[in-house]
Design a protein. Structure first.
Length: 403
């Protein structure tokens, strides 16, 4: 094991902030593609969406990224890093730092070192700003880096890339499984409400099974559009009735009570479907208590011709369609008239119950699988942090050397 040293980024590397954008129209004579902070993702540079900027020939060396250079976000997600691994040079904007390590460290070592620092919030105090974070060049240069000799740095990078490549491959499989689960969920809902869940999968909305009908929502349910009581009536100490304003109070199934009101003219009963009708339009929850509803919500209560559970799943299936009917300049909202006109495919009551039974059985198993995938993603993230922690505290190569 070699002795580790500690120096600042400014002592170990040359740093350059990118070119300030010229707000005037680009001439095209000296225009080159350039990178913005949003192009720099963790570990990769996305070049699918590039803009052009003017860089004079005399400025090209100063404001160009070359193969092997480290890119660090000055703005956007401050501190995010990637290495430019392409042969063709490219310009970069002033929302990015270019870092070129000198002889004592390698850019690959600095890349993983920055990932460790940023993801463990070890340099967050060096980011300026509240709403929009910035990572000034003097703060970047002040970051302290602990490092061993070059040969051990290379060994650390080699071990990290071996472990992390396998971890990333496993994580990609998990993400793909979650993507397929989401597709399957949509397919299940589509099949359920077009009469295909128990059929051959070939029917369309225009060719429903015998006994099915298309009904307006207000033909099969009572729809109550919310109205917000005076703000002076709100409280958090339990006076009056529970009050829900909108989507911000929604949970997985039921909303969370955060406010009460001593006034109110629009009410929902326990068991009613609550739909968000203002920014965003479409998401639903189930009221588990009698409550007052504000103008961001509608309460939907099934009549005798439809099962409340069937109606709830129908509205979940139609969420994107309902969302598309929202209008407004500042934020989307749906009117009571439009919501009441929503068309619902309606089978006989016994078939409604059977559809819900099959649907909830499939979805409960699907949700359990997704929960496992979520846990694996968290475990993967934790393992990645542990590997980086071991790498930059000298434990990773020590463990290898002891084997």
């Amino acid at each position: 094991m070699t002795e580790w040293k500690t120096k600042t980024v400014g002592e170990l590397a040359d740093t350059q902030l990118g070119k300030m954008l010229n707000k005037k129209k680009q001439t095209g004579i000296n225009s080159v593609p350039y990178l913005r902070s949003l192009n720099v993702q963790w570990g990769r540079v996305d070049t699918s969406d590039l803009n052009m900027m003017d860089i004079l020939p005399s400025e090209r060396e100063k404001f160009t990224v070359k193969k092997g250079d480290l890119l660090v976000c000055e703005g956007g997600e401050s501190g995010r890093v990637a290495i430019w691994d392409r042969d063709d040079p490219i310009g970069f904007q002033n929302a990015l730092h270019r870092v070129r390590a000198r002889a004592e460290v390698t850019n690959k070592y600095l890349y993983y070192y920055f990932e460790w620092l940023v993801k463990n919030q070890l340099i967050e105090h060096l980011f300026n700003g509240v709403t929009i974070k910035h990572f000034p060049q003097e703060n970047l240069r002040s970051v302290e880096v602990s490092y061993p000799a070059i040969d051990e740095q290379q060994k650390i990078v080699e071990i990290l890339e071996d472990h992390l490549s396998r971890l990333d491959a496993a994580l990609a499989d998990v993400k793909q499984a979650k993507f397929k689960a989401a597709q399957f969920r949509r397919s299940l809902l589509q099949a359920a409400f077009t009469g295909n869940l128990m059929g051959d999968g070939t029917r369309l909305m225009t060719d429903l099974p015998n006994g099915w009908e298309i009904k307006r929502l207000d033909e099969i349910a009572d729809v109550v559009m919310g109205q917000s009581p005076p703000g002076s009536s709100y409280n958090e100490n339990g006076e009056g009735r529970p009050f829900f304003q909108g989507k911000t109070e929604f949970g997985e199934v039921h909303p969370t009570v955060r406010k009460y009101t001593t006034a109110g003219t629009k009410f929902a009963k326990a068991g009613d479907i609550l739909m968000s009708v203002r920014a965003p339009v479409g998401p639903t929850n189930i009221a588990d208590i009698d409550c007052v509803i504000g103008r961001g919500l509608a309460a939907i209560r099934a009549k005798t011709v439809v099962s409340q559970n069937y109606l709830r799943w129908s509205l979940k299936h139609l969420e994107i369609d309902i969302q598309s009917k929202g209008t407004g300049t500042t934020f989307d909202a749906i009117t009571g008239e439009t919501l009441r006109g929503t068309l619902i495919a309606l089978p006989p009551i016994p078939e409604q119950h059977r559809i819900v039974e099959i649907l909830e059985d499939h979805l409960s198993r699907l949700d359990a699988s997704v929960a496992i995938a979520d846990a694996m993603e968290k475990q993967s993230s934790s393992l990645r942090r542990s590997l980086l922690q071991a790498a930059f505290t000298g434990q990773l190569t020590k463990e290898v050397a002891s084997v």
